[in-house]
Design a protein. Structure first.
Length: 364
C-alpha cells in the first residue's frame, strides 16, 4: 500500500518527502526537479510500541511502516501530456491514496509556477487534470458498455447509468470520491476502474514557521473549499520539519519543537494520517526476541493477520491468543494477563482490533 505525494511543481513535495523518509530526494527552487518517482519506506510513529518495549525489554523493536511516493509536479495540461503529464499521472494511478501538498505561505524568494500564492487555484488545477484523466477512462468504458446495454443486458444498463452519472459529475468538476453512489454500485462498477479521483486524499497545507501551530488564512480557505469532500486537511511547516529531521538527538528535537510551540513534529501526524488514509491498522507481537508492530487492513481476520507474518501461519491457522493493548499495559506482562483471565483465545472469524497483542498457533 502506497501513498503518493502530489501537487504543483515547487510547493515543497520533495522537501516533505525528504523529512518523512530521510531518503534525500533532490529538491530545488525550480519546476520539474523530480522526474522519476522516489519511494521511501517510513516508520509509523506509535507511542504504544515504546510502552511495550519498556514492559518486555526485547532484543529489538520493529515499527510498522508505510510507503510514501514522491511524484513529480503536475502542471496545467498534464492530462494531455504537458510537462511529462502522462508519466506522472500513471505514477499517481499506481498509488492507493493521495497526499496533495498545497503552498500556503508567502515568500518572494520561492518561485510559484503560476506567479502568485493561491492554494485553491492550485488545488483546482491539479483536480482538473486528474478529473480529465478519469473522464478519459469513463468515455472508453462507456463506448463498450453502451453496445451491451442496447442488447437489453440489465447489468450493462445499470453500469451505463452509473457511468453517465460519473461523466456528468466529472464534467462539472466534481471528483469521483465526492459523487454520491450506493455502496453496491460503487463496488460493482466504479471501484474496479481505479479512478484517480476516487482515491482517498489528504490535503497537506505547507505553511510558514509562524503558522506551524495554528495555521493561517490559506489553511482556512482550503478547509472551506474541501468541506464537502471526504478528505482530511492538515497543515505543517515543511521547511521547519526538514530542520527537525536533520537533528539526530531526540532531546534536541524535543526542545526545537517546544521552542516553536509544538508537542510533536507535524510529519508524525502526517504519517499516521497516511496510514489511516490507506485503511490500515496495527497489531503487535511481543516477546523477548522482538516487539513488533504489524500492518493489516481494517477489518482483517485473525488468519489474515497471521498471514502477514508468514503465509504458512494463515494456511495452518489453529487459533490466536489475543490481549487487548490496554490490558497488557494495565497488568504489565503476558503472565499477569493470563492470571487475570484476560487472555482471549480466538478462532478464524475473529476481526483484529487496532492495538491487539497477538500470538498465533498454527500447524502446517
Amino acid at each position: 500500500m502506497k501513498a503518493g505525494i502530489v501537487g504543483l511543481p515547487n510547493v515543497g513535495k520533495s522537501t516533505l518527502f525528504n523529512c518523512l523518509s530521510n531518503a534525500k530526494a533532490q529538491s530545488a527552487n525550480f519546476p520539474f526537479c523530480t522526474i522519476e518517482p522516489n519511494i521511501g519506506v517510513v516508520n509509523v510513529p506509535d507511542p504504544r510500541l515504546k510502552k511495550l518495549e519498556e514492559l518486555v525489554n526485547p532484543e529489538r523493536v520493529l515499527p510498522a511502516t508505510v510507503d510514501i511516493v514522491d511524484i513529480a509536479g503536475l502542471v496545467k495540461g498534464a492530462s494531455k501530456g504537458e510537462g511529462l503529464g502522462n508519466q506522472f499521472l500513471g505514477n499517481i494511478r499506481e498509488t492507493d491514496a493521495i497526499l496533495h501538498v498545497l503552498r500556503c505561505f508567502d515568500n518572494d524568494n520561492v518561485i510559484h509556477v503560476d506567479g502568485s500564492v493561491d492554494p485553491i487555484r492550485d488545488k483546482d488545477t491539479i483536480d482538473m487534470e486528474l478529473q480529465l484523466k478519469d473522464l478519459e477512462t469513463v468515455d472508453k468504458k462507456l463506448d463498450k458498455v453502451k453496445r451491451a446495454a442496447k442488447t437489453g443486458n440489465k447489468e450493462a444498463q445499470k453500469e451505463q447509468e452509473a457511468l453517465l452519472k460519473l461523466k456528468e459529475g466529472l464534467e462539472a468538476g466534481i471528483s469521483v470520491r465526492a459523487i454520491d453512489f450506493e455502496e453496491e454500485t460503487h463496488n460493482d462498477f466504479i471501484k474496479p476502474l481505479q479512478f484517480i479521483t476516487d482515491k482517498p486524499v489528504m490535503y497537506v497545507c505547507n505553511v510558514d514557521e509562524n503558522s506551524a501551530v495554528s495555521g493561517n488564512k490559506y489553511v482556512d480557505l482550503v478547509k472551506e473549499a474541501v468541506k464537502d469532500e471526504n478528505a482530511e486537511v492538515i497543515f505543517l511547516a515543511v521547511g521547519i520539519e526538514a530542520d527537525i529531521a536533520e537533528l539526530e538527538d531526540y532531546e534536541e528535537r524535543k526542545m526545537f519543537l517546544q521552542d516553536i510551540g509544538l508537542e510533536e513534529a507535524g510529519s508524525a501526524k502526517l504519517i499516521r494520517g497516511a496510514y489511516k488514509l490507506l485503511n490500515q491498522q496495527t497489531y503487535f507481537t511481543a516477546g523477548v526476541k522482538e516487539v513488533r508492530a504489524w500492518t493489516v487492513n481494517v477489518g482483517a481476520t485473525a488468519p489474515q493477520a497471521a498471514g502477514v507474518i508468514h503465509t504458512d501461519f494463515e494456511k495452518g491457522f489453529i487459533r490466536a491468543e489475543v490481549i487487548a493493548y490496554d490490558d497488557y499495559v494495565n497488568f504489565g506482562s503476558e503472565a499477569k494477563v493470563k492470571e487475570a483471565g484476560k487472555l482471549g483465545v480466538e478462532g478464524k472469524e475473529y476481526i483484529v482490533k487496532d492495538g491487539d497483542v497477538m500470538h498465533f498457533r498454527f500447524n502446517v
